[in-house]
Design a binder for this molecule. Structure first.
Ligand code: DGY
Length: 319
């Protein structure tokens, strides 16, 4: 049961409505600097905490769990992805882990669609041209892109965000196809060989790390585009740079990076790449909903109630 003295650590600033919920549930400590804490800073900050609200860059492993201490009951990640958390270790320590599914589905699918449009219609390139003050004039062949109607969007990871992206693509006249874990290697190969745009929506797991490597990039059509709004390490970034340089694929649009926040320098040089700084869930409404859901999970666990959105093995099987 929660006591008045429950200690809740929030590892960096979150929207106020989430903090209000947490303050009503215990003593809240928030990192004074709005930056990712180092592993050592994190271990110091969480010592003695009953609950910790974590961000996607906070590594929750055995060292973290031991540093917190045996009273720790909940780690509430403010993200749907939880590749930063060793869920098995947390379970062994009796710690409930929660994430924020659902509330960021639309925002992330919107961004995936925005990136699909941006890369196929060369928006980044056009913007750079104008900002570079280079001379230009309209002509019939100027900066031609690729139409989406009648093309096929291949969705790797048929979870909520993948399906929501498919709905948006249908509105643009695209056909869609899916590949998930259940479809196996053959299903993924068929998708890569067929799709005009491949959009990644699977979680980062040991099985999906470098899922898109040199061999699989070579299976894509030379006219195809790769879009990643899931997690950077799903793509072997050096292999992607080579594929783009060699014309093995037509372009890429990336919201996430293998060594985030670093971006492979080769990507920065290429005109046929659209880059965004992990903006998938970055709307005021969505980030507020994520913070309040994470806080709601903490409140539930500290009150002895079931968490709202616990991480379960079943959910891991989604993509
Ligand atoms: C998530 O929730 O996993 C997103 O990457 C955060 O934007």
């Amino acid at each position: 049961m929660r006591t008045a003295s429950s200690s809740i650590v929030v590892t960096r600033q979150i929207p106020e409505p989430g903090l209000e919920l947490l303050r009503a549930a215990g003593e809240v400590w928030i990192s004074a600097d709005d930056r990712a804490l180092s592993a050592e800073e994190l271990r110091v900050a969480i010592a003695g905490a009953d609950a910790v609200v974590t961000m996607l860059h906070d590594r929750v492993d055995t060292a973290f769990l031991e540093a917190a201490g045996p009273q720790l009951r909940c780690v509430a990640n403010v993200a749907v992805g939880y590749d930063n958390i060793d869920v098995d270790a947390a379970t062994r320590h009796g710690v409930v882990v929660t994430n924020t599914p659902g509330v960021l589905t639309d925002a992330t699918a919107d961004l995936a669609m925005a990136l699909i449009l941006a890369v196929t219609r060369r928006l980044g390139e056009g913007e750079r041209l104008l900002r570079g003050r280079d001379p230009w004039s309209w002509n019939m062949f100027f900066m031609l892109g690729t139409s989406l109607a009648g093309k096929t969007l291949g969705i790797v990871g048929p979870g909520q965000i993948g399906r929501a992206t498919a709905e948006r693509a249908h509105a643009f006249g695209m056909d869609t196809m899916f590949a998930g874990r259940a479809d196996g290697e053959a299903g993924l190969k068929r998708l890569l060989q067929t799709a005009d745009v491949v959009s990644l929506h699977c979680p980062l797991t040991p099985a999906t790390r470098h899922l898109i490597n040199a061999e699989r990039l070579a299976q894509m059509r030379p006219s195809a585009y790769l879009v990643n709004t899931a997690r950077g390490p799903i793509v072997d970034e050096p292999a992607l740079v080579h594929a783009l340089q060699d014309g093995a694929i037509a372009g890429a649009a990336l919201d996430v990076f293998e060594h985030e926040p670093e971006v492979h320098p080769g990507l920065l040089e290429l005109e046929n790449v659209v880059l965004a700084p992990h903006l998938g869930s970055a709307t005021i409404e969505t980030r507020t909903a994520m913070a309040t859901l994470a806080a709601g999970n903490v409140v539930a666990v500290l009150s002895g109630d079931p968490p709202l959105t616990p991480i379960t093995i079943r959910r891991q099987a989604n993509c």
